[in-house]
Design a protein around this ligand. Structure first.
Ligand code: HEC
Length: 133
């Protein structure tokens, strides 16, 4: 009798462990599925990094045109939230891409063609993002 009881409780314990082990897996899967949605779009994160290194000194970290060098500049760096009418090449992806490839003549805004097409596309999306956020 005692042996039977032991076997029963042993299998109950084993069953419980199986349930815990199985119960854990879906939880982990659910966590990894939720995480990417909560984090920033990787292209925006990449854009932020390139912008911080190349552009923020003039345009400011948030693109408000208030970087450390801005006070000494004429014309002033564009505030990316400025209305479209104040932009020379326009605040569309095409306009921003043109600015980055060619610069703006007669202004401290030089061309950034050397960063390459991929980085320029990423930056253009980030500038557009800053204009809206
Ligand atoms: C040396 C300071 C400086 C740096 C660095 C700089 N900019 Fe500018 N940027 C300016 C100035 C000044 C203007 C305004 C030019 C004008 O009105 O003629 C400008 C204008 C712009 C415009 C608006 C163009 C338009 O259509 O009016 C965009 C977009 C822009 N910059 C993006 C960038 C990006 C992205 C970077 C980094 C790769 C960058 N800038 C780096 C000074 C800078």
């Amino acid at each position: 009798m005692k042996m039977t009881k032991f076997l029963i409780s042993a299998s109950v314990v084993a069953f419980a462990f199986t349930m815990i082990a199985c119960g854990d897996k879906p939880k982990e899967a659910a966590t990894t599925e939720v995480a990417p949605a909560a984090t920033v779009d990787p292209e925006i994160a990449k854009g932020e990094e390139i912008f911080s290194q190349n552009c923020a000194s003039c345009h400011g970290e948030k693109g408000a045109g208030d970087g450390a060098a801005a006070a000494a500049l004429n014309p002033k760096p564009r505030n990316f939230k400025a209305p479209a009418s104040e932009w020379k090449n326009g605040n569309t992806l095409a306009g921003i891409t043109k600015t980055l490839n060619e610069g703006i003549k007669g202004s401290p805004m030089v061309a950034y063609k050397h960063l390459g097409n991929d980085n320029i596309a990423t930056l253009a999306k980030y500038v557009e993002y800053l204009g809206k956020n």
